[in-house]
Design a protein around this ligand. Structure first.
Ligand SMILES: Nc1ncnc2c1ncn2[C@@H]1O[C@H](COP(=O)(O)OP(=O)(O)OP(=O)(O)O)[C@@H](O)[C@H]1O
Length: 251
């Protein structure tokens, strides 16, 4: 078996106020997998994600990215390997043009000149935003800004792309376009979402976190059709949505 891209073992974490948000979480994601991280509000999903690039540390257990432990001394390389796309694209876009925003990360890694331009345009091409390179990000629609936010992370050539609620605030067409883009990327993906049809569309495997514990780790269709699991952990499909008619993606 290959070295997991993401290897979380026995991760436990309490916030400074004493609230225990994670209890011995294990999560292994292998190269090329697309995994949905599901769970009700307050389950610990964000807390887990913030451990993947060392924004949060200090709990018990371990996290490694392609064999490299998430530790203070490795943080620069860990943050290149783990690309997190936050829910609000405006958290990631703060410069005058799309090109500058996408260039920011790789320029910090020392890329310049033609190599930097190539890196930027490749990332923008991957999300279908190359024609917008010289536009100010704040002139773009929410869906376009979300795609540029994905490009800022892809430009770092990460080993794992972590997306927090990628389908939120998107109209149906933008939602579908982003799904097509994400499916076309040759990257390991972990997607936090409450949008269960999106999880089924994009991720062959789903992990359910509830009250800080992993309570399921299985084929997404199996998770979404397990009525007692769904009810016990406040997971609800949209009215009239039958996951069986969509089916599961090949693993
Ligand atoms: N800074 C903090 N201090 C104390 N407790 C916190 C803090 N941040 C989060 N928590 C608590 O930790 C638990 C897990 O929160 P977390 O944000 O990780 O859940 P989540 O699964 O991402 O929820 P959501 O789906 O609502 O985003 C919750 O009970 C939350 O109230």
């Amino acid at each position: 078996m290959s070295v997991p891209t993401l290897d979380v073992r026995g991760l436990a974490f309490a916030y400074p106020d004493g609230h225990q948000a994670l209890f011995g979480v294990d999560l292994h994601v292998h190269p090329g997998e697309r995994v949905a991280l599901l769970g009700p509000n307050g389950a610990g999903k964000t807390t887990l994600v913030l451990h993947l690039n060392g924004i949060l540390t200090g709990g018990a257990g371990s996290v490694a990215i392609s064999g490299l432990p998430v530790e203070k001394k490795n943080l620069a390389e860990i943050r290149r390997r783990v690309g997190i796309v936050f829910q609000d694209p405006d958290d990631q876009l703060f410069l005058g043009t799309v090109r500058q925003d996408v260039a920011f990360g790789p320029a910090n890694l020392g890329l310049k000149g033609a190599a930097l331009d190539r890196r930027v345009m490749t990332a923008l091409d991957q999300v279908g935003m190359a024609d917008f390179a010289d536009r100010p990000p704040h002139h773009l629609s929410h869906g376009q800004r979300r795609r540029v936010a994905v490009a800022t992370v892809l430009a770092m050539e990460p080993e794992i792309l972590v997306l927090d609620e990628p389908s939120s605030n998107l109209d149906p067409a933008s939602r579908r376009e982003l799904a097509d883009i994400l499916r076309s990327l040759d990257v390991t993906l972990l997607m936090v979402t409450h949008d269960l049809p999106y999880a089924l569309e994009l991720c062959p495997r789903s992990v359910v976190l509830s009250d800080g514990h992993v309570v399921a780790d299985a084929d997404t269709l199996a998770v979404l059709t397990d009525e007692s699991l769904m009810a016990a952990h406040r997971l609800e499909l949209p009215w009239g949505f039958d996951p069986r008619t969509v089916g599961s993606l090949p693993a």
